[in-house]
Design a binder for this molecule. Structure first.
Ligand code: GSH
Length: 343
């Protein structure tokens, strides 16, 4: 596929998945053109089927530019089409773990990110002032006021999408703190999730943490107080274009640390029950799912995209070679994630 560099993407600094992908492009030395635009048509570019940030404009099979969304498949497409400085671990066992943790960042940490931004007054007030100005810093103050109010209303009304409600709010907050503690221990031994160089999971965590640690006041203060190590890591991840990408820096199944197993155990304790209950409720044609997370009742609307995430993980497991599948099965059973493999 012939790419014209720089490749173009549309997004915003307030969009965690945009920040995820900008850091991927910098690390991989992929030249890019960054169009800071909100949702909606972009002059001179095709529109995506689903309006999501970021939107990439990449050459389709006919060579024409097409609008592509969803960071996880875009990462795999760029790995296929652009050589060098890969972010996918060569050991298939680590590759599967990396994919699980990327999903944990993109889908579970995203709940904390959205919850803290739109459930706390101080964060809503700041978002209303800053997010519109990121789109156009020259907009007049009165126009910003209107934009900010409108966008906040829209997002607050969408809190149910991530499952943030009166029942689940405290669970999200308690588990964000458990996440900080667990991730901080790993970072005290390894500079990245995947060892001495970053994997896709590092960029998944980074995307959401850009907002949780350096934008929204409530979680930023909490993170700095509880884990300055995670706070500092976010600044390191912002631009890794100058970081050496050495083959020997990857973790392997032989060197897999307990600190990474602890993150898998957290995945198994707080995210996997939700993934499983969501898929089961959708199979039964229900609009709502109900499950227990850490002994607390969790109720939310079903989320078709997360049913796809579970399916994708199970497919990736199925694509592993027999020996690798056995190694992954043992590891997931050991860390309380066995249910991921039981369709
Ligand atoms: N799975 C997608 C998620 C992208 C996403 O949800 N982006 C947000 C902004 S950070 C968005 O556009 N949400 C839809 C909306 O606000 O209408 C990815 O990984 O890129």
């Amino acid at each position: 596929m012939a790419y014209n560099f720089p490749i173009a993407l549309r997004g915003s600094p307030g969009s965690p998945y945009t920040r995820k992908m900008l850091s991927v492009l910098r690390y991989r030395h992929i030249a890019y053109r960054y169009l800071i635009r909100p949702h909606g048509p972009v002059e001179g570019y095709p529109s995506p089927k689903v309006e999501l940030l970021p939107t990439f404009y990449l050459p389709g099979a006919d060579g024409q530019l097409e609008a592509v969304v969803d960071s996880t498949p875009i990462i795999r497409r760029l790995e296929r089409d652009v050589a060098g400085r890969s972010i996918l671990p060569p050991d298939p066992v680590l590759g599967f773990i990396d994919e699980m943790l990327e999903d944990f960042g993109d889908e579970w940490l995203a709940k904390a990110m959205f919850h803290y931004r739109w459930a706390f007054d101080a964060d809503v007030a700041q978002a209303a002032q800053v997010l519109p100005r990121w789109i156009n810093v020259t907009w007049a103050d009165d126009f910003i006021e209107r934009q900010g109010a409108m966008f906040s209303r829209r997002q607050i009304d969408r809190l149910y999408v991530v499952g943030s409600n009166a029942t689940t709010g405290k669970i999200i907050e308690a588990n964000y703190e458990a996440f900080l503690d667990t991730f901080s221990v790993h970072l005290s031994r390894h500079p990245f999730l995947m060892g001495g160089r970053p994997g896709a999971s590092d960029f998944g965590f980074f995307g959401q943490l850009t907002q949780l640690t350096h934008v929204d006041p409530t979680p930023s203060a909490l993170t700095l107080a509880r884990s300055p190590r995670v706070y500092a890591w976010v600044d390191v991840m912002e631009d890794l274009s100058g970081h050496d990408a050495r083959e020997e820096d990857w973790l392997t199944r032989e060197t897999l640390p307990d600190t990474l197993k602890a993150l898998l155990a957290l995945f198994g304790r707080v995210y996997l029950p939700l993934l499983i209950a969501n898929a089961a409720a959708i199979d039964r044609g229900q609009k709502q799912l109900e499950t227990e997370i850490d002994g607390a009742r969790w109720v939310q609307d079903t989320n078709p995209y997360q049913a796809k995430c579970l399916l994708t993980l199970r497919r990736s497991f199925g694509d592993l070679a027999e020996g690798d599948r056995a190694a992954v099965t043992a590891l997931l059973e050991e860390t309380g994630c066995g249910a991921l493999l039981r369709a």
